[in-house]
Design a protein around this ligand. Structure first.
Ligand code: PLP
Ligand code: COI
Length: 354
């Protein structure tokens, strides 16, 4: 869809809160920048996006988002380099995936130009909110939800697309220990696991709470058939290093097609790291942990970047990962963040200048 937008209406805030933010000690996604982009779908089409001060959204109690959970979202980051240039990482991939998710949830797809031009205008306005400290960035949350009313269990006739942003630090604080799930499932064949649908996350909260009570930060989801295969974690795709080979599971309609995941595969291949995209059984990971060939496990995602996993739990037993001096995780994390923040050449053409 190539709808052209010329001028986005901008209503500027009259009371910035930027001076209240401690940019040296940012947590993840808990303070919000001055402005947001809002775009309404009504009368069968997406209306012109507008930028306005960050503020509450007013909805009827009968809005379908509350009852039927028709909502999808994205996660992205903006970075600022030493010369104050603003960069995004493969933003067209997020736009494409938002529409893939929307399609599955019977939400009308958004013109790419509304997403891209709207985001660029928002970032230009809130440029001062982009942190520059190592490991921090402006986390961007585009989302679409059913704002139309009615108790009839059918798609709404009105939607809102909003982008708001949050200067953020690391997603995880400290070590990440994961629990390999044996009972609950995040997704199923033919379901919505591949979509970034809000409900996928709501469904994870309870099993993740149980895991947290046992001292794990995330659940590693396994296939819903027999819980035999490693799929992905709550907020990231999973990589396993056995001996010198990096392995990640193939995407399917149960797994989110992560942009970080696919970038890591390309990056590792370009660096001559042996990579396999194939199904990984829990059994082989446990065996590799027992015989010492399991060298690393890490999660990959926009929020998580590359988060090393220090150990995993399975069938009431804990397995520790070795503490290596040189890891694929730290090497690949450095490479990808250097590309994202314009510190090195980008041979892949992933970086996008705002
Ligand atoms: N899997 C899930 C369930 C996620 O929520 C995320 C985060 O977006 C990912 C994987 C990683 O995807 P990406 O690298 O595109 O952020
Ligand atoms: C992201 O990595 O951007 C995500 O959307 C994950 C989210 C659960 C924080």
């Amino acid at each position: 869809m190539s709808t052209i937008i010329k001028d986005i209406e901008i209503i500027r805030t009259t009371s910035t809160t930027i001076n209240e933010v401690d940019f040296d000690n940012l947590t993840f996604g808990s303070v919000f920048s001055d402005h947001m982009l809002v775009c309404d779908y009504k009368d069968g089409e997406w209306q012109m996006p507008k930028i306005m001060p960050y503020q509450p959204v007013t909805l009827d109690p009968s809005a379908k988002i509350f009852h039927y959970g028709q909502s999808v979202f994205e996660g992205m980051k903006a970075y600022k380099d030493a010369d104050e240039n603003v960069w995004l990482f493969r933003p067209e991939q997020n736009c494409k995936r938002l529409n893939i998710s929307s399609h599955r949830l019977a939400i009308p797809e958004l013109p790419e130009s509304y997403f891209m031009e709207g985001l660029k205008a928002l970032l230009e306005l809130d440029k001062d909110w982009i942190p520059t400290k190592d490991g921090s960035s402006l986390y961007i949350r585009p989302f679409v939800f059913a704002s139309g009313n009615g108790f009839h269990a059918s798609p709404a006739d009105e939607y809102k697309f909003i982008i708001c942003t949050a200067p953020s630090g690391a997603y995880f604080s400290g070590d990440v220990k994961v629990l390999i799930e044996e009972t609950y499932s995040r997704s199923a064949d033919g379901g919505v696991g591949f979509a970034k649908a809000g409900g996928n996350y709501a469904g994870q909260f309870y099993p993740t709470q149980l895991a947290k009570e046992k001292g794990y930060q995330q659940v590693i989801w396994t296939d819903d058939h027999k819980h035999e295969y490693i799929e992905e974690a709550g907020a990231m795709n999973i990589f396993v290093r056995i001996n010198d080979t990096l392995i990640t599971g193939p995407t399917s309609d149960r797994i989110l097609d992560g942009i970080t995941r696919k970038s890591i595969i390309e990056l590792a291949e370009a660096e001559n790291i042996p990579v396999e995209v194939r199904k990984i059984t829990v059994k082989e990971v446990v065996e590799a942990a027992n015989n010492g060939s399991l060298k690393e496990m890490f999660g990959a995602g926009t929020a998580a970047v590359i988060s090393p996993i220090s150990g995993f739990g399975y069938k009431d037993k804990d397995y520790e990962l070795p503490k290596l001096e040189k890891t694929y995780a730290s090497y690949l994390k450095q490479r990808i963040t250097d590309i994202q923040t314009n510190k090195v050449e980008d041979p892949f053409g992933w970086r996008y200048k705002v």
